[in-house]
Design a protein around this ligand. Structure first.
Ligand SMILES: [Zn+2]
Length: 364
């Protein structure tokens, strides 16, 4: 009898290694392409407001400037600072000595998104061209788990995600660029968005969708189909920075903060999602900061563009606000962190290297 009990106990411990009893049943991930930690943690930059990169200086000043840094960043990202800053965790404020970075050496989008979702900063992922990603990603892995089948969805502004997430192999629902949403049972709002997106101005070119449309598709999808895992990839912060338009860079970040608030308000008002959904917000790379003009750029030759951030809120995340420990987290750790929040071991199944989870996200 003792032997049997011991055997049972051993089995339970082995199985229990990943049945961690987290409260998280759903995960929503949102990325703001190339949005800097500098603006997230310090708010609008006075040197950039006073530079030729800002037209409408009075308006920007009025909307986003105040001398106190805590007030200033809250003007820019009110949801992040009034809700996540109090109830969640924020990583990567270098002014407090906490660092968050991409581990890949390239510091641009495809390598950045590859790193987040595969956990593997593969040196072969060194282009933004439509190459097919051979590596398994955590969304694909989750979509195969019991209770998650066809409950994982991706909506992105940038058109490159079908390749990054290898839809031909993964079978994930990835709605990217100006793709219509064609499910036969789609509600009237989704059908209307299919029409609207082709009528709105294509100011990011013919392929990359404007963020508000991506948001509307994702929000409607969330309400109708109730996915367990939803990823929304915004793009415009990066586009506005490359264009050297600081006002629009700030405006887009501010608008996206508002979208994230709407998502969270919905999540916390819906019985399926309330108090069992973790929201993770991050970016794919940083940007330069010295000299100041480098705010427009990023890449392996742009100093400090590996510097990033992420924010998290959910039922398993202690309300520590800004993390001020002298630690470094890497985006290659996010995939396993997401898997573990949901009670799964992506690392064991990936078939390639995967960064260790960031345990402070879910430890009591
Ligand atoms: Zn860029």
């Amino acid at each position: 009898m003792k032997k049997i009990s011991l055997l049972l106990l051993t089995c339970c411990v082995a199985v229990g290694a990943f049945a961690q009893n987290h409260k998280t049943k759903n995960v929503i991930i949102v990325t703001l392409d190339g949005f800097r930690w500098q603006e997230l943690y310090r708010g609008a930059d006075s040197a950039l407001i006073n530079s030729p990169y800002t037209q409408d200086k009075d308006e920007v000043h009025k909307k986003y400037w105040t001398a106190d840094v805590h007030q200033r960043r809250k003007l820019l990202m009110p949801f992040i600072w009034s809700v996540i800053g109090v109830q969640g965790q924020l990583y990567g404020n270098r002014d407090l000595g906490n660092k968050d970075e991409v581990a890949n050496q390239y510091h641009f989008s495809y390598p950045g998104y590859n790193e987040i979702f595969t956990g593997f900063p593969d040196v072969r992922m060194n282009t933004n061209d439509p190459i097919i990603n051979p590596n398994m990603n955590v969304l694909e892995f989750l979509n195969k788990q019991k209770g998650f089948e066809n409950k994982v969805a991706v909506f992105s502004s940038w058109e490159r995600f079908p390749q990054i997430l290898n839809v031909n192999r993964s079978g994930l629902l990835v709605n990217s660029g100006y793709m219509d949403f064609t499910a036969p049972d789609a509600n009237d709002h989704l059908k209307y968005l299919n029409r609207l997106q082709h009528e709105a101005p294509y100011y990011l070119g013919d392929s990359t969708r404007i963020d508000f449309l991506t948001y509307e598709f994702a929000h409607e999808y969330l309400m109708q189909y109730k996915p367990r895992v939803l990823y929304i990839a915004f793009d415009e912060t990066d586009d506005m920075a490359h264009a050297g338009m600081y006002k629009f860079y700030l405006d887009r970040a501010n608008q996206e903060d508002g979208f994230i608030k709407q998502l969270w308000d919905y999540v916390q008002s819906d019985p399926q999602y309330k108090d069992n959904t973790t929201l993770i917000i991050t970016c794919d790379h940083g940007r330069g900061d010295v000299p100041m003009d480098k705010w427009r750029d990023h890449g392996s030759d742009v100093l400090h563009s590996e510097q990033t951030w992420f924010a998290v809120i959910g039922p398993d995340t202690q309300p520590k606000g800004e993390i001020n420990t002298p630690t470094v987290t890497y985006h290659k750790q996010l995939a396993q962190t997401i898997a573990e929040l949901l009670g799964f071991d992506f690392k064991a199944a990936a078939g390639h290297g995967v960064g260790d989870p960031i345990k402070t996200v879910y430890t009591k």
